[in-house]
Design a protein around this ligand. Structure first.
Ligand SMILES: Nc1ccccc1C(=O)C[C@H](N)C(=O)O
Ligand SMILES: [Zn+2]
Ligand SMILES: [Zn+2]
Length: 207
């Protein structure tokens, strides 16, 4: 079975958090100039497209990307569908048996057009973060640009997840993904000081 790409392509028009650094790519040194090769250069916010958050993103004393175990982002994952929510809370998991699940992806359908940055999105509640912690889930992924509301200053979901040892993977493209069990591969770059990192996120159905 082949891997399915669930990442947003990186190009100049990728939707960016309002006011944040957009994506740009240029050839810094062309074949003509160098005499041998094209050498590219890119600039981007570490929180655009499909990416992971390091705790330093929302906590001055939190871990940087280099401190995060890459194994968090490789391995079995459960995808569940929770569409049309304003808030996603612990009780939304009630119908789901998540015994043994370590990585969980929420397909919320809350960011339908990835070319446009959303004005409002479902937010995760601290009660959900606590439930994930109790279940032993250490990675939450979702098809949204944030686990908090767009206008949040408290970042209460980010903090509650971190308190519960749950790591964050944002901006997945799940339109063609059905609920079920998959293998995940979404490893960050070894950015030593990074508060986040873009990832190439891939899913492969477990049959
Ligand atoms: N408040 C911001 C201001 C500027 C740039 C990004 C944000 C974010 O909150 C990003 C989002 N929570 C993220 O984790 O990617
Ligand atoms: Zn982020
Ligand atoms: Zn975030």
């Amino acid at each position: 079975m082949t891997w399915i790409d669930v990442s947003q392509p990186l190009h100049a028009d990728v939707a960016t958090w309002p006011g944040d650094t957009t994506f740009s790519y240029e050839i810094a040194w062309s074949m003509a100039e160098s005499g041998s090769v094209n050498v590219g250069k890119m600039t981007l916010s570490l929180h655009l497209g499909t990416h992971i958050d390091a705790p330093f993103h929302f906590d001055d004393h939190g871990k940087r990307v280099i401190d995060l175990d890459p194994s968090l982002y490789i391995g079995p994952v459960r995808v569940i569908h929770l569409p049309h929510k304003v808030k996603i809370e612990a009780s939304d998991l009630d119908g789901h048996d998540l015994t043994g699940v370590e990585r969980l992806i929420l397909k919320t359908d809350g960011w339908p057009d990835k070319r446009v940055f959303p004005e409002t999105i479902p937010e995760l509640t601290p009660s959900l973060a606590d439930r994930l912690g109790e279940l032993g889930i250490f990675l939450i992924g979702l098809d949204l640009p944030s686990v908090d509301a767009i206008d949040s200053k408290e970042m209460s979901a980010h903090h509650a997840l971190a308190r519960n040892g749950v790591h964050i993977l944002e901006g997945l493209v799940l339109d063609n993904i059905l609920p079920g069990d998959y293998d995940l591969n979404a490893v960050p770059l070894p950015i030593v000081e990074g508060d986040g990192s873009p990832v190439r996120a891939l899913l492969r159905p477990i049959l």
